[in-house]
Design a binder for this molecule. Structure first.
Ligand SMILES: O=C(O)c1ccccc1NCC(=O)[C@H](O)[C@H](O)COP(=O)(O)O
Length: 260
């Protein structure tokens, strides 16, 4: 399965990176990066009305290359100008063609809280995310047991980072809730067969406690999709491909927000 592939490749990558910076050194680097307000990601999502998380990604396992032209800094700036509440940056290198450097550079040039979009399989990656300038990390229920989720959320809390805990079905939502997630992203994409059902996040919203921030993720293409998600009472949307394929990203975002 693709998730196992991504997780195995993350484990290998981290094992190599630990040879350059030990866990203790990475903790020091994390501690010394104090550019972000604690829990900025969560605070940005607790606004009135639907919040928008816009994603910077060049490729994905389901779509391969999405765009050859990838001026990631300009893209992040355009999102900010278009009114993004938060920005998600892919750092996974093998299938998404992301890089840690994209996140580090973007964090120096935009004020919006940043999500490090990667396949967290080791607490080391959470310290690394903070060192790179992220305000949030992704924790995927399909990859992490409830106890591990709980432990990683605690690491995030101690660093002032937000944890976006991603679920695809009712069982995974129950695990996220039990682990104490304050932000749950419901993925509309089935990562086993890549099918997308935009109704998934709408249907599953009722299993998420009211005080937990709920994000609808993946496959969002139109203002009509967004209206359905807003009407179901979700707090935020995460949009990647639709914006990455738009020539004028600021205009596309404004249109999706219903501002045009
Ligand atoms: O998108 C994929 O192909 C994919 C495959 C395996 C694991 C994760 C994957 N996507 C990550 C995401 O969560 C999306 O990038 C994000 O939700 C935005 O989705 P979209 O708007 O459809 O680009």
């Amino acid at each position: 399965m693709i998730l196992d592939e991504l997780a195995n490749s993350a484990r290998k990558r981290i094992a190599e990176q630990k040879k350059r910076f030990s866990l203790e050194e990475m903790k020091e680097l994390a501690k010394s990066n104090n550019t972000n307000t604690p829990f900025a990601f969560e605070k940005a999502l607790r606004k009135e009305g639907l919040a928008f998380i816009c994603e910077v990604k060049k490729a994905s396992p389901s779509k391969s290359i999405i765009t050859q032209d990838f001026p990631y800094l300009e893209i992040a700036k355009e999102y900010e100008q278009g009114g993004a509440d938060c920005i998600s940056v892919l750092t996974e290198p093998t299938k998404f063609l992301g890089r840690d450097e994209y996140l580090a550079e973007i964090s120096k040039q935009v004020k919006s809280p940043l999500l490090r979009k990667d396949f967290t399989v080791d607490a080391y990656m959470i310290y690394q995310a903070k060192a790179l300038g992220a305000s949030a990390v992704l924790l995927i229920c399909a990859l992490l047991e409830t106890d591990t989720l709980k432990q990683y959320i605690k690491v995030c809390d101690n660093l002032g980072l937000s944890a976006l805990v991603e679920a695809h079905d009712e069982t995974e939502i129950a695990s996220a809730v039990k682990a104490g997630a304050r932000i749950i992203g419901v993925n509309n994409r089935n990562l086993k067969d890549f099918t997308v059902d935009i109704q998934n996040c709408v249907r599953l919203k009722r299993y998420i406690p009211k005080d937990v921030i709920t994000i609808g993720e993946s496959g969002i293409k139109t203002a009509t999709d967004i209206a359905k998600i807003r009407d179901a009472g979700l707090d935020a949307v995460l949009i990647g491909e639709t914006l990455m394929r738009a020539n004028d990203k600021k205009k596309e975002l404004e249109a999706l927000k219903g501002e045009l």
